[in-house]
Structures are given as structure tokens and as C-alpha cells.
Design a binder for this molecule. Structure first.
Ligand code: 1GP
Length: 257
């Protein structure tokens, strides 16, 4: 049976055409729980559809942050683990993800296997997701020992995306890496990949303004993720600009319904 969060995502995509997700990185070395909580509540207020929680490097335990964020918002919280350190039972769901273009089997299936018994025992909803690293890939590509797809070669991730769908995965994530320069994953790549699959495409990494977010949706992305933008801006204007970005994304999504 489909879990609650997956049902929420698919129903939203059906009725609104596209979703905006916020990435929160609760790493205790670089932020505080209070700060992450404020970012999450402001993002919810601005209309973001879900909060993803995770990061490539976690110095500490994220349990407390995950449970406080989940308590503070009404939108779903979804774990976005970069490793077994990103697992917690306090989120509403978890992206159970595999970095398919890693050179290291640990990131394709090793970490997943190590975490699987605990994940299964907690009963948290899991959503199987292919994680595909696009250049520059930034920290996530370095940590995940990836061979990032070249930005001008969309057919390569397209093959992986079809393979992911045939393997039964529910989502494909095209990731340029948090803080990527160049306005996110190229629209040509988003277009090529989204056309060859029947499952929703998520993209993130370097989408720092309304134009790049809207372009991604127009190119075929179902979900656009913003992390760095939110960290840098929402506290300054109370999320006013983010609300405009979400509005723009929804307007582009509505054309696809
Ligand atoms: C990283 O795709 C996300 O995993 C978000 O990237 O921080 O660049 O928005 P940004």
C-alpha cells in the first residue's frame, strides 16, 4: 500500500503539476536546531510543499532536529540521507536512495543494506529514489565517489533514469550538488530525462532564483529542491521572495495539469 507521504506527493503533482521542496541540513557543526526550525517554518509559510532533511556531511546526531522540525510543521518531512548517519525514525518518510552513478558500491547498495534492518524496524515510510549526480556535483559527488554526468550529455542520465524506473524506483533525482554554480541542472538535460521516464523527476543543486526554478519545471521537472537559497534569504525577508518563487513554480506546473 502506498504510504501517506507518497500519496501526498502524487496527489499534489496530479492537481498542481509541480512541487517545491526545501532542503534543510541540520548538521550541528554549521547550524543550530533553532535556526533550522526557523528556516523550515518560514519555508512552509512561503508555500513549500515538503521539507527534506539531510546532508553529505553530518557531524553528530540529527534525531533531535528531525523530531523538532517534524513537530513544528504540517507539511511532510522527508529524510534525504547521504549515509547511514542520516537515518532517523522521527521524519514522516525517507527517500531510500541509491547513487546509481557512483564508482563505489557502498553508495549504490552498501550503506542501504547496513541501514535497512533499522529502517524496516522503525516502520518509517520509504520512497525508493534514484540519485543521479550531474557535474559539478560539489560535496555530494566527492563524498559519494560519483562519476558526475557531463552537463552537455543528457543521454547518459536518461539511460540511468530508465533503468531506475525499470528497477521499480519511484523517483529520479538529478542533482548538480548543493551550491552548484550555473543555475542548476541544464534544462536540456531535464527535458531529455523527463521525456523518457514515466516517474516524476526531482532536481536540485544551484536553483537560486525564480527564473531557474520555473525553467526547470517548464523543461519537465516535477519537483524542484532549494536549500542554499533558503539558508541565505528567507530569514532576511520573512520568506516573501520564496513565496514568489513558489508561486512562479506553481504557475508553470498548472500549465502541465
Ligand atoms: C542539494 O539539491 C539540493 O542536495 C539543494 O541544492 O543547496 O544548491 O539549493 P542547493
Amino acid at each position: 500500500m502506498a504510504g501517506k507521504v507518497w500519496k501526498y506527493i502524487t496527489e499534489k503533482l496530479e492537481s498542481e503539476g509541480a512541487c517545491h521542496f526545501t532542503l534543510l541540513d541540520p548538521d550541528p557543526l554549521s547550524t543550530t536546531i533553532e535556526n533550522v526550525l526557523e528556516l523550515g517554518t518560514l519555508a512552509e509559510k512561503a508555500g513549500s510543499d515538503a521539507l527534506m532533511i539531510g546532508g553529505s556531511t553530518i557531524f553528530g546526531v540529527i534525531d533531535d532536529a528531525v523530531s523538532k522540525i517534524t513537530e513544528a510543521v504540517d507539511i511532510p518531512t522527508i529524510l534525504f540521507p547521504g549515509n547511514i548517519t542520516g537515518v532517523s525514525e522521527h521524519a514522516d518518510a525517507m527517500f531510500f536512495m541509491s547513487l546509481l552513478n557512483s564508482n563505489n558500491p557502498y553508495y549504490i547498495i552498501g550503506a542501504q543494506a547496513l541501514a535497512a534492518p533499522q529502517v524496516k524496524r522503525t516502520g518509517i515510510e520509504t520512497i525508493a529514489m534514484a540519485y543521479l549526480m550531474v557535474a559539478p556535483g560539489k560535496t555530494a559527488a566527492w563524498v559519494g565517489d560519483a562519476k558526475p554526468f557531463l552537463r552537455d550529455k543528457p543521454k547518459l542520465p536518461a539511460m540511468y533514469a530508465i533503468a531506475a524506473e525499470l528497477l521499480g524506483m519511484k523517483l529520479v533525482y538529478l542533482e548538480a550538488g548543493s551550491g552548484a554554480e550555473g543555475g542548476g541542472v541544464p534544462p536540456e538535460m531535464i527535458g531529455t530525462v523527463s521525456k523518457v521516464i514515466d516517474i516524476p523527476l526531482i532536481t536540485g543543486g544551484g536553483f537560486n532564483d525564480e527564473k531557474s526554478v520555473v525553467t526547470a519545471v517548464e523543461a519537465g521537472a516535477s519537483i524542484v529542491v532549494q536549500g542554499t537559497y533558503i539558508e541565505k534569504h528567507v530569514q532576511k525577508d520573512g520568506g516573501e521572495e520564496l513565496a514568489k518563487i513558489v508561486k512562479g513554480l506553481k504557475a508553470a506546473g498548472a500549465k502541465r495539469v
